[in-house]
Write a protein that binds this ligand. Structure first.
Ligand code: ARG
Length: 372
């Protein structure tokens, strides 16, 4: 049947085996429609003729949901069926991508009631690679080397800030400055940059329910974590521009972004304000400061009416998801070291067990994006 099977690795070509696996899975879980065999024949014919094939809208939506369900590092998978999938496959110019990424942020923010969402732009096709978003997330903060050593802002945003500056972006060197969106249309082409409109990036000022001084730290964080540097792979088709978001779990901000030594590194400052004895590790000043930082994050998002999960609740939800999947006869591959929260691990039920093994070849999936 297939005389000219393209090399599976060639850019934009679709591996027919991956396509067949997906068509089978689709019809297994979503009976009805055209039926498995006729659709498989269509897909194989299309791959023979063009090197790839086009998903139906239903296949795209289902494939994106499966990619979330298969994400071994994600604790938030209970809601995989509710993913909102925006079908933007007809768009591939940098201007359109940027405009629709900002619209994604507005729709996902939803006035604070965060909606899990993915926007799927044009896939890679033979001889026609899709555009790429350079940023790791649609919203993230810039970082700059500080005059006296160390950093201003987010050290994780130093590289992108430098790159954006080279392209002509003017920055204020503020500690929480939203990076522009960089979109590259072709390999080797200079990215275009777009300032994220204020109304697209909701941010929350951080306060503490008991400590008034906390507001003086002038900390903030953005509402929507939207990953933009992973390829969505469905049935052998690669969508390198498919930014997706869920809602935050408090510890991502309170125990990592603001606390990690190579991020905002704020524990010593918080401990000082709390009046803790920092002369010895044995006073557990780091741990005590960390808890108060996390209290502030959860409190502030709640006050602002922005969806955020705490690690206790999200852990329980995850085990509910595992049990639900088991009843469907499906495994839930999970990476323990990503699932267990970075504070109070042993207080959460996800700590006290192991999970189905992670299979890196499982598809559909969000995968690390390969260079052009
Ligand atoms: N940990 C990342 C951050 O702090 C976001 C990863 C995705 N998180 C999520 N809740 N969907 O920005």
């Amino acid at each position: 049947m297939r005389s000219t099977v393209p090399a599976p690795t060639a850019a934009g070509f679709t591996d027919p085996e991956l396509a067949a696996d997906f068509v089978r899975r689709f019809h297994l879980e979503r009976p009805g429609g055209l039926g498995h065999r006729p659709r498989l024949r269509q897909v194989m014919d299309e791959i023979d003729r063009t090197g790839t094939y086009e998903h139906t809208a239903e296949e795209l939506a289902f494939g994106a949901k499966l990619a979330w369900r298969n994400a071994a590092r994600c604790i938030g998978r209970l809601y995989w069926r509710s993913l909102v999938v925006r079908d933007l496959r007809h768009l591939s110019s940098a201007d359109d991508v940027a405009e629709q990424c900002f619209e994604h942020l507005r729709l996902a923010t939803n006035g604070g009631r965060i909606r899990p969402m993915v926007s799927v732009f044009a896939p890679d096709r033979p001889g026609r690679p899709a555009p790429r978003i350079v940023n790791q997330q649609l919203v993230r903060y810039a970082g700059y080397p500080a005059p006296g050593g160390g950093w201003t802002g987010d050290p994780a945003g130093v590289q992108l800030a430098a790159r954006a500056r080279d392209l002509g972006w003017k920055c204020g060197e503020e500690p929480f400055e939203v990076l522009p969106l960089l979109v590259q249309e072709r390999a080797g082409a200079a990215p275009r940059w777009y300032e994220v409109p204020d109304d697209a990036a909701l941010e929350v000022d951080l306060t503490h329910p008991e400590h008034g001084w906390f507001a003086e730290l002038a900390l903030r964080w953005y509402a929507v974590p939207a990953i933009s540097d992973m390829t969505l792979e469905i049935g052998g088709v690669r969508y390198p521009t498919a930014p997706f978001n869920g809602w935050y779990m408090g510890t991502e901000i309170g125990a990592r972004n603001l606390a990690d030594a190579d991020r905002y590194n704020l524990l010593a400052e918080v401990a000082g304000r709390l009046g803790l004895d920092t002369s010895s590790e044995r006073t557990l000043w780091r741990d005590r400061a960390l808890v108060e930082l996390n209290v502030a994050v959860l409190h502030s998002f709640q006050e602002a009416g922005v969806t955020m999960a705490d690690h206790h609740t999200e852990s329980q939800r995850f085990l509910k998801h595992v049990a639900q999947e088991k009843r469907q006869g499906r495994p839930t591959p999970a990476d323990w070291s990503w699932i267990v929260p970075p504070v109070s691990g042993g207080l959460t039920p996800v700590y006290h067990r192991y999970y189905d093994p992670v299979d890196p070849s499982l598809r559909p999936a969000f995968v690390a994006r390969e260079p052009w």
